[in-house]
Ligand binder design. Structure first.
Ligand code: FMN
Length: 221
């Protein structure tokens, strides 16, 4: 598979098969993704591969927190505090697409909540890569990290695996830190769910749109 095909094929997977993922495949992905560039080669990536018992423990605590409406502050602000156009409409559109595929009606809050809850189970993926960064690093390193994350996901695509970048898995950073024995100097950016795709799940047929090139690109003579 070439890069163009991997870019086209990658999509966020929201239903995984209940099938273990071989550790060799995780290593293969990370060994290639580590080639991602970073400013003066700082390589700010710190990945914790979470599976089996450790995944279950984190999941249980996050679900408990979610069910009891407990809130934690994320280590960094990911989404805008005030939603404005055009981002507001794009966000709404993807939500609508997801609910349509899952046949969840606008007024069915119970099903909507259940779908949101599934985030904390990483949609059934056997593995979560919890991605941390040193708290004292600057925004430039966040830029580097994004390149690394996409590299991980493209490699997963190349070897036929599904992935989901998940900010929701960074909503309870102290739970994740406590369970993994990580100091507070490390900030939790996100999780990446990894595993085998459930091709029969309608939600995995979601194809999100992109704006036209002219909308985000300006050519100067
Ligand atoms: C850093 C990051 C965090 C995300 N967090 C979540 C999440 O918590 N839950 C979820 O269902 N999707 C999450 N997404 C997936 C986006 O909704 C998705 O990338 C976007 O709608 C485009 O769709 P595609 O990935 O299928 O191309 C996240 C994406 C990124 C890049």
């Amino acid at each position: 598979m070439n890069v163009a095909d991997a870019l086209k094929q990658r999509r966020s997977i929201r239903a995984y098969l209940d099938q273990a993922l071989e550790v060799e495949k995780i290593i293969h992905i990370l060994e290639h993704a580590k080639r991602a560039p970073s400013g003066i080669n700082m390589q700010p990536f710190k990945v914790h591969v979470v599976q089996g018992e450790s995944k279950k423990k984190i999941e249980k605590r996050m679900l408990h927190a979610f069910d009891h409406q407990e809130k934690e502050k994320m280590d960094y602000q990911y989404y805008p505090l005030a939603w404005q156009e055009p981002y507001k409409s794009r966000r709404k559109a993807v939500g609508k697409q997801i609910y349509q595929l899952l046949d969840i009606k606008r007024e069915d809050h119970a099903k909507q909540k259940a779908q949101w809850r599934a985030n904390y189970q990483a949609f059934g993926a056997p593995v979560v890569l919890y991605c941390f960064i040193d708290a004292n690093l600057e925004r430039g390193s966040y830029l580097d990290y994004g390149i690394f994350l996409q590299s991980v996901m493209l490699m997963a695509t190349q070897i036929g695996l599904g992935s989901t970048p998940m900010a929701s898995l960074a909503e309870f950073p102290s739970i994740v830190r406590e369970e993994l024995g990580i100091a507070s100097q490390s900030h939790l950016l996100c999780g990446i769910a990894l595993g085998y795709i459930d091709h029969d799940a309608p939600i995995n047929h979601l194809r999100t749109p992109r704006i036209d090139l002219e909308e985000f690109t300006t050519f100067h003579p």
